[in-house]
Write a protein that binds this ligand. Structure first.
Ligand code: HEC
Ligand code: HEC
Length: 182
């Protein structure tokens, strides 16, 4: 699912660049909306209630049908940790805003440049998630046919892909659960 959102973003950014060559304003606008929808779709699926400042107090309020004051019983009074991912995301957001502003003022060169800076990150992440999905499928098929052979390799390949992306975007992470072959 995550890989799919990045692929959508990439496909729409590619499409916008093709439309820029044709100076097709409607095409560019639609493709830009496609990029933005790709971002939103993943955020809707992945942002935790806490990240969205939905707290126990707010849930209680909903259950009782009462409004809740902002800041009451905030679970996330501590700011979210500074992980690399946030900076990458903020950068994408600034690029997208700049692209929109170039679209409004019809500055196609600037627009191409901003879209060109969104593409590599989307491509990189789509590729990494595709690798995770591929190995997860393989694992799942092996498990369904009750074959242990090849499982360790597929699991290693999959988790290496998790870990290398975390090294790049999150920080270190330990694997704590012993595996069937340990
Ligand atoms: C595959 C999922 C996914 C996609 C696609 C995605 N994001 Fe995000 N984004 C996240 C997650 C997860 C967070 C939460 C970051 C955190 O917890 O620190 C986030 C956070 C953010 C934030 C808030 C950063 C902050 O200051 O805390 C911004 C802004 C953002 N994304 C912009 C974008 C833009 C723009 C795009 C599209 C070009 C995009 N994202 C695509 C998953 C995604
Ligand atoms: C393409 C990059 C990428 C891949 C691949 C990836 N992750 Fe992540 N993962 C992230 C990012 C970015 C965050 C941090 C999101 C946030 O909170 O801002 C994250 C957060 C997490 C968390 C959140 C909990 C915590 O301690 O912060 C878990 C658990 C996790 N990943 C597990 C996995 C597993 C398991 C895999 C492989 C099957 C995987 N991830 C593959 C990028 C990735």
């Amino acid at each position: 699912m995550f890989g799919g959102h990045w692929s959508d973003i990439l496909a729409n950014a590619d499409e916008a660049l093709i439309c820029i060559e044709d100076e097709d304003r409607v095409g560019i606008t639609n493709a830009m909306a496609g990029v933005s929808n790709g971002c939103d779709a993943c955020h809707m699926a992945s942002w935790s209630p806490a990240y969205l400042h939905v707290t126990n107090g707010i849930i209680d309020g909903w259950l009782k049908g009462k409004p809740t004051k902002t800041g009451v019983n905030e679970q996330d009074a501590e700011p979210a940790p500074e992980i690399a991912n946030r900076r990458v995301m903020q950068e994408l957001w600034f690029r997208y805003l700049a692209a929109e502003s170039h679209l409004r003022s019809w500055e196609l060169q600037g627009l191409s440049k901003e879209l060109g800076m969104i593409q590599p990150e989307a491509k990189e992440r789509a590729k990494r998630w595709a690798r995770v999905a591929e190995q997860a499928d393989l694992l799942s098929n092996l498990a369904a046919s009750r074959k242990l052979e090849g499982m360790k390799e597929a699991y290693k390949e999959m988790t290496q892909t998790c870990l290398s992306c975390h090294a790049r975007n999150v920080g270190g992470r330990e694997i704590l659960i012993p595996m069937a072959w340990d």
